[in-house]
Ligand binder design. Structure first.
Ligand code: DON
Length: 339
């Protein structure tokens, strides 16, 4: 009996000691990743719900039925389906990356906490009400007002240098050269009175840190940067990989800022749908009215969907569906798999 008991005790120890290796071996392999990307694309390719944003006139002219799905892993593996090389404007997907640059510029993630804020608003991305009622701070860097404040904090001696620093930070994250889509920039610059109102509201309560109209212009340029689903997945994979770009091997962001960036993506990345998104996909993510969404599985990968048809909250319908499907299939919900 004693012999049998000690045999089982020894067996248990072996199982416990070997479990980390077993966990690794359960990580999705290349075949699984290629399969889920293809499946997500096939499953939702015919969905035609929603419409491209039209409050920026030029965005109403994009091809509405483009659709791409991409995964880039923390090890640099690339899995794609559909229109993954089609450039679209990054829009609000840019916001967490600029917040990351600000953290790094000041050497302290608290700069975001103290000068902008991190509370989700529960309101739309351009809610004037939210900017007004949360008087002490500009709400969070992922809604328009907080993102404009974020731009104003990027360290620079001139407006040009401020934009150039944002662009080159994004290029480091994407491992590629990026350029502004000029037509969209001009269209938004001519119609962004609401963002100017946000900037003046911030100015009135000392919550913007450069000339307000200059900040709006740089923010508008930042939103107009062209990106493909594949490039965006590399940007996300750099966050998944602790700040080191898995394609270039270069460190772009100090590792200690990554959890802070992901935390605001989790709580505010989908605006008034952030709760729903946490409940369904369970991944830190960011959406944009250009139709892109990047989701990050910490330590593992980024999952990107691109489709210009949006819902009322300004979030891409097919990109949401594709990422939710992949999150569920891979069991990578950060709160635990519900399978
Ligand atoms: O400022 C704006 O309204 C746009 N440049 C960005 C908004 C946006 O992408 C909202 N996200 N879904």
């Amino acid at each position: 009996m004693t012999v049998i008991r000690s045999f089982f005790a020894a067996w248990l120890i072996v199982v416990t000691i070997s479990s980390p290796a077993m966990a690794d071996s359960r990580e999705p392999g290349a075949e699984v990743l290629a399969r889920v990307v293809k499946e997500a694309f096939e499953k939702f390719r015919d969905v035609r719900d929603g419409a491209p944003a039209d409050y920026i006139p030029e965005l109403a002219r994009v091809e509405p039925d483009k659709f791409g799905v991409a995964i880039v892993t923390a090890g640099g593996g690339v899995y794609v389906a559909g229109d993954v090389n089609q450039a679209f404007t990054i829009q609000s997907v840019s916001k967490p990356f600029t917040a990351a640059l600000v953290m790094q510029d000041y050497g302290n993630a608290n700069v975001i906490l103290e000068k902008i804020g991190v509370e989700p608003t529960g309101q739309k991305f351009n809610s004037i009400l939210a900017t007004q009622i949360i008087a002490q701070v500009s709400v969070n860097p992922l809604v328009n007002s907080g993102a404009i404040a974020s731009v104003s904090l990027v360290k620079a001696d001139s407006a040009q240098q401020r934009f150039d620093r944002i662009l080159s930070f994004f290029e480091g994250l994407a491992a590629d050269k990026l350029t502004i889509i000029e037509d969209v920039y001009r269209s938004e610059a001519a119609t962004n009175q609401r963002n100017r109102a946000h900037a003046y509201l911030l100015f009135a309560s000392d919550r913007i840190y450069s000339d307000p109209m200059e900040a709006v212009d740089i923010y508008t340029r930042q939103c107009s940067i062209g990106i493909t689903a594949r490039q965006l997945a590399v940007m996300g994979a750099t966050l998944a990989n602790g700040g080191v770009n898995p394609v270039t091997g270069k460190r772009v962001l100090e590792a200690r800022y990554v959890p802070k960036v992901l935390a605001i993506m989790m709580t505010a990345g989908f605006y008034n749908e952030s709760g729903l998104w946490a409940y369904t996909a369970g991944l830190p993510a960011k959406t944009g009215v250009g139709g892109g969404i990047v989701a990050v599985v910490p330590g593992k990968m980024a999952i990107v969907g691109f489709s210009p048809r949006l819902n009322d909250a300004g979030n891409s319908i097919r990109a949401m569906k594709a990422i939710e499907y992949i999150s569920d299939q891979l069991g990578v919900n950060v709160f635990g798999s519900s399978r």
